[in-house]
Design a protein around this ligand. Structure first.
Ligand SMILES: *[C@@H]1O[C@H](CO)[C@@H](O)[C@H](O)[C@H]1NC(C)=O
Length: 404
C-alpha cells in the first residue's frame, strides 16, 4: 500500500467520515454527512481530539454519532466550535476525567459558544454524559476556593436542542445558558447529581438560565443539591413545563442585584413536582445599599406546582445575602410586578411547620405579587403563610413575621 493511501485510510478510520456525500440536484434532499469518532478505549486516551475532528468533518449540517454501547473518555474541554446545524447523537457514554487539577478554573466541560444550530440528543434515550464530579465534591468540601466547571456551558448562539439523554454528576452546574442565546430547547432530560461520600454534590444547579431569550425546559427530571432551575440576570421568555425536582433549592428567580442592576422577565412555569426542596418556588433579591444594584422582576408565573416535603412552598427574599440589621438600614427595594403563584398543592416538611410560605417583600420596593388557588398544607395540619409588605389583595391569608 502506498503511503498516501495508508494515510487516507487512517484519516477515514479516525472519523469514519463518509468521504463522498451523494449530491442531489435538489439540495433539500441531500444526505447528511455522518461521522463516528473512533474511541481510544482507555481512560488514559483522551477522545476529545477524535470528536473534534468529527465535528470538523461533519459539523456543517452533518451528524456525529457516539454509538450505543461505547464509552468515550473526555479528558479535556469538548468545544463545539465548527458545528453549524450539526446533530450530535449520544447513544453511548461520554465520561469526563475526574482530574481536579486539569478542571480547576475551567468554565466549561462542554463549551457551546455562538453556535447556530446544534442538537445534542439521544435517539434511543440511552445516551449518558457523566461529569464524574466526585473528586470535585470532595476537594470543594475541603477547599471552597476550588473553582469547578459547568458541565454544559452554552453562551450566545441560537437554535440549540438538548434532548432525551441523561447527565450525571457535574462538578458544578449541569447546564448554563447565557451570553444572549436565542432559542434553546431542553427536553426529556434526566439530570442527577449524587455524592458517594459525606460531602454533598454542592452547587449542582440543574439549569442556570441567564441572558437569553426563548429557552424552554420540558419533561425533565432533576435530582441535585442547589437550584433546580435558576432564572438569572437577563433571562427573558423562559418556559418550564412538566418538571420534577428532587432535593433542590427549587424553581428560583435570582439571586439578583448582588453587584449590578438585574432584570428577569417573562417566565412561565407550568406543571412542576417539587420534592424535598428548601422551597418549591421563589425569588431572591439583594437589598439596597452597599454595592448592590436594583432588582427588577416582571411577569413571572408558576402554575400547577405539587409540593412534597419542601420546607417552603413559596418564598420571597428581599434581604438576600445580608442580615436583618443590614436591611433595617438598607431595606429591600426590588421591583416585583406581575408575579403569580397559582395552583400550589401538597404538603410541606416539618422544617417550618405550620408555616408553608414566607413572602418578605422589601419595604422600599414594589410587591406586585398574587397567590391564587393555594392549597398547601403543613405536615402538622393547616398551614400558614408569613408576609411582609405584600398587597392587601395578595390572594392568600397571611400572618405577619416574614423574614429573609
Ligand atoms: C408574560 O410572559 C409569558 C411567558 O414568557 C409570555 O408568553 C407573555 O407574552 C408575557 N406577557 C407580557 C405582557 O409580556
Amino acid at each position: 500500500m502506498s503511503l498516501s493511501k495508508a494515510i487516507l485510510l487512517l484519516l477515514i478510520g479516525a472519523t469514519h467520515a463518509i468521504p463522498h456525500i451523494p449530491r442531489s440536484p435538489d439540495s433539500t434532499i441531500q444526505a447528511r454527512a455522518v461521522c463516528t469518532p473512533t474511541a481510544g478505549g482507555s481512560s488514559s486516551i483522551d477522545d476529545v481530539p477524535a470528536i473534534k475532528s468529527a465535528i470538523t468533518s461533519c459539523g456543517n449540517g452533518g451528524t456525529i454519532v457516539i454509538p450505543s454501547g461505547s464509552t468515550y473518555y473526555l479528558n479535556s474541554v469538548l468545544d463545539f466550535a465548527g458545528c453549524k446545524g450539526c446533530d450530535f447523537q449520544v447513544e453511548g457514554l461520554l465520561k469526563f476525567a475526574s482530574n481536579t487539577a486539569y478542571w480547576g478554573g475551567k468554565t466549561a466541560m462542554i463549551s457551546v459558544s455562538k453556535i447556530a444550530g446544534l442538537k445534542i440528543r439521544s435517539l434511543t434515550g440511552q445516551g449518558v454524559i457523566d461529569g464524574n464530579g466526585q473528586n470535585a465534591y470532595d476537594l470543594f468540601a475541603a477547599d471552597s476556593s476550588y473553582d469547578r466547571p459547568t458541565l454544559l456551558y452554552i453562551t450566545g448562539g441560537s437554535n440549540i436542542e438538548v434532548s432525551n439523554l441523561r447527565q450525571k454528576n457535574p462538578p458544578n452546574v449541569f447546564i448554563s445558558v447565557k451570553g444572549g442565546t436565542n432559542g434553546a430547547l431542553f427536553d426529556g432530560l434526566t439530570l442527577s447529581a449524587t455524592s458517594k461520600s459525606s460531602n454533598p454534590a454542592k452547587n449542582t444547579d440543574g439549569f442556570d438560565i441567564g441572558e437569553s431569550t426563548y429557552v424552554t425546559v420540558s419533561n425533565t427530571k432533576i435530582t441535585n443539591d442547589d437550584d433546580c432551575v435558576a432564572f438569572k440576570p437577563g433571562a427573558n421568555y423562559v418556559t418550564v413545563r412538566d418538571i420534577t425536582c428532587t432535593g433542590s433549592h427549587g424553581l428560583s428567580v435570582g439571586s439578583l442585584g448582588k453587584s449590578s442592576s438585574d432584570t428577569v422577565k417573562n417566565i412561565w412555569v407550568e406543571g412542576a413536582t417539587m420534592i424535598s426542596s428548601t422551597k418549591a418556588a421563589g425569588i431572591k433579591t439583594y437589598p439596597s445599599g452597599g454595592s448592590h444594584g436594583l432588582s427588577t422582576v416582571t411577569n413571572v408565573t408558576w402554575t400547577g406546582v405539587t409540593v412534597q416535603d419542601c420546607d417552603y412552598a413559596i418564598q420571597i427574599q428581599s434581604c438576600y445575602g445580608e442580615d436583618a440589621d443590614y436591611c433595617d438600614d438598607n431595606p429591600g427595594n426590588a421591583v416585583l410586578t406581575g408575579i403569580t403563584f397559582d395552583g400550589f398543592t401538597g404538603t410541606t416538611s416539618s422544617h417550618y411547620a405550620p408555616v408553608t410560605g414566607n413572602l418578605n417583600c422589601g419595604s422600599k420596593g414594589t410587591c406586585g405579587v398574587t397567590v391564587s388557588n393555594y392549597k398547601v398544607t403543613a405536615s402538622s395540619g393547616t398551614g400558614k403563610v408569613l408576609c411582609a409588605n405584600t398587597p392587601t389583595n395578595l390572594g392568600v391569608a397571611c400572618s405577619s413575621g416574614a423574614s429573609g
